[in-house]
Design a protein around this ligand. Structure first.
Ligand SMILES: [Cu+2]
Length: 798
């Protein structure tokens, strides 16, 4: 917080017009906020009681249902007060509600969520071939074109659960008309706190969150267990809880045949990079063909409501769980009087948890600063009413980049602040106490990560001293090439061209995370919220754009890195394995490539090629089943033709899966780099290849690559190799030696995702291969590995 105050000062004195001129990117995406939320006269007229989301407590195997649908919502009173707000919005949502249900679970609980994709748009077409075409003298562009707006999946943001299989696996695709059952196992020592869930389908995340598709996920402690929780503290247990899920919507609108304006979310107002424009919301929502949408405004909703009113009595203490589910825009929330100008410090806020993790302190805070993806638990001590006053109303207002570049209070406020919620204080006073410092201090969940814990090993980004660095780069070319505006990369590469960062269990690492933007750019505009899945981290220091370093000690899962500044963080990797991601939580940045895979591995995996029977790419030794399949030209290919050579046999979902494409391209690239290894890559697609030129462009293979593209539409070979049934095809990777024996095997819900390790393993297998081979034995199909059943416990996927 000290750190954030610093860049507010840096930005002060800049006027909006100047700032906009300097930043073409900001102009492109900047959407003015609806007058309703920034004009006190209009805001005063709206008096809507807050309606909390529906609460769901999953029991046993009964899944929580999240049905993704399109629904029509009306805002009649809002549109009467502010004609710029359409009376009707068509939005994607869960279960037909303005905000998804609040899911409440207990630490240690196993629970299921069924995501039903009931949209009627097209299936995800897969990555855009332009993502792989040479650009500006480089082999590929520093951006990705968003895609697949009607396909979805699910991320449980902040939960410490397996990223694999049917757990918190963001590599999954749920196309329209299909559903998927997720299964989560919370460990018995999981922190009790405020988390949330939302779609995380690469290429459509920002679009779906701009629709408001999200919900709160509250983990509770087990009464009487030995872990001290905030909820166990009597003063907090007594406090009334309010859950505020904030969503940020940039809407467009069109007039229907009756002249009624219909609001909807237009991907063209979110993403910068497609010069041809996107079809309005995948052809499903939006104006009829031939009718152009009109630009609307932006609104910040609370549980889907515009400026809801929360109620309290004087002296009461309430616990507000703030979830900022906006896909963009760093927010500052603070309290004002009804004039919208005079601060109301008497409405006192005390921060007790960041990102659901108790801070151990009662930290008076104003404004609350919250970046996309973050949560903040605050206790609010309601003020007494002045003598003779029966009811007092306060405004919760936000200051953000769109509306303010000045420091709080430094400029005429009427256009800096917008109203997001109201608080009405009235009734008989109830003077409640705040918790004691000693009780709060007990709730801090993790000990600090000491120097002695840091790993001394070489992995993808970590140096021998246990440190590494990640650079989030935003480049905003002065003369943007025609195809692209602002470019978002991590360590100079977009997601589809990244190799995973390998993280070994049992280690802790220290990373420096910087956000690089052009010098002189505003630190807020050039900043990026860093989020890593599955494991939280400790923030140990902040270095501001002037190079001044401040030591810190707080645990989080999402951290806003101001432009040209950096944070140093440490994280422990203890008990979950699999492929996951870290990324920028400004989600249009993520959809355009500001993401990198991480791979949590057991120690045996870290020594490149070390054979550990418990690794994800498991050691095996059995004759490969017969495989005879047509290639894309219809020629039948027999796996036995490759005897004498090493084969990487990949079963994949087809060219519609961005992650499969990423994996195969990475294997082809790695194969070229390993001269002399002469490995044949045999890729078996579960789907027919409709558009061969497009498929080849996506795969990036040339005549000289030892690459064979086969098709197995009825999954017969998928079944023979144990990675599919009659109805579903999973992902598989089989390393077959020159004698036709399977020597390593991976089967899972995601592509293997680590081509360097694959080729290290092949090298090892080649070195170990017995000349002449063994006598023929009958083909025994391998036993299916246990399905990734998070409910069975453990949370890892071997
Ligand atoms: Cu970003």
């Amino acid at each position: 917080l000290v750190a954030l105050a610093a860049w507010v000062i840096v930005a002060s004195g800049t006027n909006i017009a100047e700032a906009q001129q300097r930043r073409p990117g900001a102009q492109r995406k900047r959407v003015p906020v609806a007058p309703l939320q920034r004009n006190m006269r209009l805001a005063a007229q709206l008096d809507t009681p807050a309606v909390p989301a529906q609460t769901v407590r999953p029991v046993g195997n009964q899944p929580v249902i999240l049905e993704l649908t399109k629904s029509r919502f009306s805002y009649p009173s809002a549109s009467q007060i502010d004609p710029s707000v359409p009376a009707v919005f068509d939005l994607l949502c869960y279960n037909g509600a303005l905000v998804g249900p609040t899911i409440r679970v207990q630490r240690g609980q196993a629970f299921r969520i069924r995501v039903i994709n009931n949209l009627h748009g097209p299936a995800d077409p897969g990555p855009d071939p332009r993502d792989f075409q040479p650009f500006n003298g480089q082999p590929f562009p520093p951006w990705e074109v968003p895609e697949g707006f009607c396909s979805t999946n699910l991320h449980t943001h902040g939960l410490h659960v397996s990223p694999s299989g049917n757990s918190d696996n963001v590599y999954l695709h749920i196309d329209p008309g299909t559903s998927f059952d997720f299964s989560f196992q919370l460990p018995p020592n999981h922190v009790a706190g405020t988390f949330w869930f939302h779609p995380h389908k690469h290429g459509s995340t920002a679009y779906q969150l701009s629709n408001g598709v999200m919900g709160a996920l509250i983990v509770e402690g087990v009464p009487g267990d030995s872990i001290p929780d905030l909820d166990d503290i009597p003063e907090i247990a007594a406090a009334r809880e309010q859950i505020l899920v904030f969503s940020y919507h940039t809407y467009s609108f069109y007039n229907d045949s009756t002249g009624t304006p219909i609001g909807f979310i237009d991907p063209n107002s979110i993403y910068n990079v497609n010069p041809d424009g996107f079809l309005p919301t995948c052809g499903m929502i939006g104006p009829p063909p031939g009718v152009s949408p009109m630009p609307g405004s932006a609104v910040v909703a609370v549980n889907g409501q515009l400026i809801p009113r929360f109620d309290a009595v004087p002296g009461e203490v309430q616990r507000w769980r703030l979830v900022y589910g906006g896909w963009d825009v760093h927010q500052y929330f603070s309290w004002f009087q009804e004039d919208g100008i005079t601060p109301a410090p008497e409405v006192a806020m005390y921060e007790i948890a960041l990102d659901g993790l108790p801070t151990g302190t009662l930290n008076p805070v104003s404004p609350v600063q919250i970046a996309p993806g973050q949560r903040d638990d605050v206790l609010i001590k309601m003020p007494p009413l002045p003598a003779g006053v029966a009811r007092k109303t306060y405004y919760l207002m936000r200051q953000d980049w769109d509306q303010a570049v000045g420091a709080v209070g430094s400029e005429p406020p009427q256009y800096q602040y917008v109203v997001v919620a109201k608080l009405a204080v009235q009734g008989r006073p109830n003077n409640m106490a705040l918790p004691s410092a000693a009780a709060l201090a007990q709730c801090r969940p993790f000990p600090p990560i000491g120097d002695d814990e840091l790993v001394r090993a070489t992995t993808s980004i970590v140096n021998r001293d246990g440190t590494g660095s990640l650079v989030f780069t935003q480049e905003d070319p002065q003369n943007p090439p025609s195809l692209v505006g602002v470019q978002y990369t991590i360590n100079s590469l977009p997601f589809l061209h990244q190799n995973p960062i390998r993280l070994t269990l049992g280690t802790a690492q220290q990373w420096k995370i910087s956000a690089v933007t052009e010098p002189g750019n505003d630190p807020v505009f050039g900043g990026h919220p860093f989020h890593i899945h599955v494991n939280p981290f400790q923030v140990v220091s902040y270095t501001d754009p002037n190079g001044k370093t401040t030591r810190m000690n707080e645990f989080r899962d999402t951290l806003f890195i101001p432009g040209n500044a950096s944070y140093t963080i440490r994280s422990r990797f203890q008990d979950l394995t699999g492929l996951s991601v870290l990324h920028c939580h400004i989600l249009d940045h993520e959809d355009q490539g500001m993401m990198i895979p991480i791979k949590l591995v057991r120690p045996g995996d870290a020594n490149r090629g070390g054979i550990d029977p418990a690794t994800l790419l498991a050691e095996a030794d059995y004759p490969a089943p017969d495989l005879v399949l047509p290639d894309v030209h219809g020629t039948r290919v027999d796996l036995r033709e490759f005897r004498g050579r090493n084969v990487a046999l990949v079963f994949f979902q087809g060219v519609r899966c961005a992650f499969c494409i990423k994996d195969l391209r990475s294997m082809v690239r790695e194969a070229r780099a390993r001269v002399g290894q002469a490995v044949e890559i045999v890729a078996v697609s579960a789907r027919k290849v409709d558009d061969l030129p497009r498929a080849l462009a996506l795969l990036g293979v040339t005549e000289t690559d030892r690459f064979h593209l086969l098709v197995d539409e009825d999954f017969a070979s998928f079944r023979d190799f144990g990675c599919g049934s009659g109805t579903e095809a999973r992902h598989g990777l089989f390393l077959v030696d020159g004698n036709g024996r399977v020597r390593s095997r991976y089967i899972g819900e995601t592509p293997y995702g680590d081509s360097e390790e694959v080729f290290d393993r092949i090298q090892l297998i080649a070195g170990l291969a017995q000349p002449g081979g063994r006598a023929a034995e009958p083909h025994t199909p391998p036993a299916l590995p246990a399905p990734p059943a998070a409910l069975a416990g453990g949370g890892s996927d071997d």
